[in-house]
Design a protein around this ligand. Structure first.
Ligand code: HMG
Length: 382
């Protein structure tokens, strides 16, 4: 039975900061950002938007494309969770009005978490071929202002439906996986911003890639030219490009890695969803017809767990995508000033008079007695 992605979509903030603006305020040469790390803009998030509101707006798009009655599992992947106990997925379940006979839970392992969620989803469908699983990866990435990670902040949610006979991509059964205990990036409880050792993280990313890829090639018995296109976890675009060159060397240009990075270069790092944002960018922007082609995917989550796996693109994939809507959603975002960015960074509480909009109809109205109160503009209930 073929199992994989039957629908996929993303959402990000309606606001972004130009990295030229950040560079000017930090006294950094803009070329370091746009050439050195390959980033042009980063999504920034107003007080009423969080990983849950983002997740709902991405998930709505894929739930519309499927028989929602068949969704009996929802897995929420995140490393910027808003609660240590309650699953963020329960809010998504409520706003999407999914049936109660549905297993909902969160998974965490830094940026690897959405890949872990897909593994669980695939196994669930293997045992229950008529089931559909909603998988959402949603993260808002924050580093301390002025740190070397600042220009790589960002965030988005990617939602996918995993089912049998997928209309976008079958996930193949073999993969290479590597876990090692490395303190390269972490976010202690009560810290809003991630802590990191940038050089160690880049080293461990590339080391893990080498190990996973060798294992993948041994298990699959494929040769390099059997991989037609490739996506790599993109904490910043240059990292993914280095990864692509490490694996494909002079074949790099034929693997369409640069098509996969168009959205990430404008959104920044979105951790759990970053790799799948690369996949959407590849499928939306690659001029070649990818039907029947194999896409290699490298997932890396600091700490660290990494996996190299692959998928075969379905014949109908183009019918399931919305490249024009995606491009215009990014084009229509509003550029904020550096002062507004600093205001967003100060984690202000949401208030009624804030003018900033969320990516969809659901917004965080307030936090009261440590409870998050959400509203849906369309339904006006909390
Ligand atoms: P840095 O140390 O300030 O930068 O921060 P740098 O000095 O290494 O420069 C970066 C690149 O820009 C270099 O290119 C420079 O030469 C170039 P490279 O040598 O790497 O090819 N450069 C310039 N180019 C043109 N004109 C100039 C110029 N100046 C310099 N004027 C660093 C970079 C990645 C360390 C920083 O952004 C950082 O710490 N980021 C956070 C951690 C991170 O993203 N790590 C990536 C791997 S770990 C990962 O992917 C997991 C993660 O997503 C989290 C999770 O799993 O949850 C982060």
């Amino acid at each position: 039975m073929k199992i994989g992605l039957d629908a996929i979509a993303f959402s990000t903030s309606k606001y972004f900061l130009k990295l030229s603006e950040l560079a000017a305020h930090r006294g950094v040469d803009y070329a370091k950002y746009c050439v050195g790390i390959g980033q042009k803009e980063m999504s920034v998030f107003p007080p009423k938007e969080d990983i849950i509101t983002l997740a709902v707006s991405a998930a709505e798009k894929v739930v519309k494309q499927t028989d929602a009655e068949k969704i009996d599992m929802l897995i929420f992947a995140t490393e910027s969770s808003v609660d240590l106990s309650k699953s963020a997925g329960i809010y998504v379940h409520r706003f999407l009005k999914l049936k109660n006979e549905c297993c909902v839970f969160d998974v965490k392992q830094a940026c690897y978490s959405m890949t872990a969620a897909l593994r669980i989803a695939k196994n669930h469908v293997q045992c229950n071929p008529h089931s559909k699983v909603l998988v959402v990866g949603s993260d808002i990435v924050k580093y301390s202002p002025g740190s070397s990670g600042e220009a790589t902040q960002g965030g988005s949610a990617v939602a996918a439906i995993v089912s049998a006979d997928p209309r976008i991509m079958e996930i193949e059964n073999f993969s290479g996986i590597y876990t090692s205990d490395v303190m390269d990036f972490w976010r202690p409880i009560n810290c809003n911003e991630a802590l990191f050792d940038g050089k160690l993280s880049a080293y461990n990313y590339l080391k893990s890639l080498g190990i996973c890829f060798d294992q993948y090639m041994q298990k699959s018995r494929l040769t390099l030219h059997k991989i037609d296109a490739a996506c790599f976890h993109a904490p910043f675009c240059k990292m993914a490009q280095k990864a692509g060159r490490q694996i494909f060397a002079e074949e790099y240009a034929h693997k369409n890695v640069d098509d996969s990075l168009i959205y990430n270069s404008l959104i920044g790092n979105s951790c759990s969803s970053s790799l799948f944002l690369c996949l959407i960018s590849l499928l939306d922007n690659c001029a070649k017809n990818l039907s029947g082609k194999r896409v290699g995917l490298f997932s890396y989550g600091s700490g660290s767990v990494a996996e190299y796996f692959s998928g075969i693109i379905s014949d109908s994939y183009r019918d399931m995508l919305t490249p024009r809507e995606n491009a215009s959603a990014l084009k229509n975002r509003e550029a904020v000033s550096f002062e507004t960015y600093e205001y967003f960074c100060s984690n202000p509480a949401p208030t009624l008079n804030q003018k900033y909009e969320t990516s969809g109809a659901v917004y965080l109205e307030k936090i009261e007695n440590y409870q998050r109160i959400y509203k849906n503009l369309e339904e006006n209930f909390s």
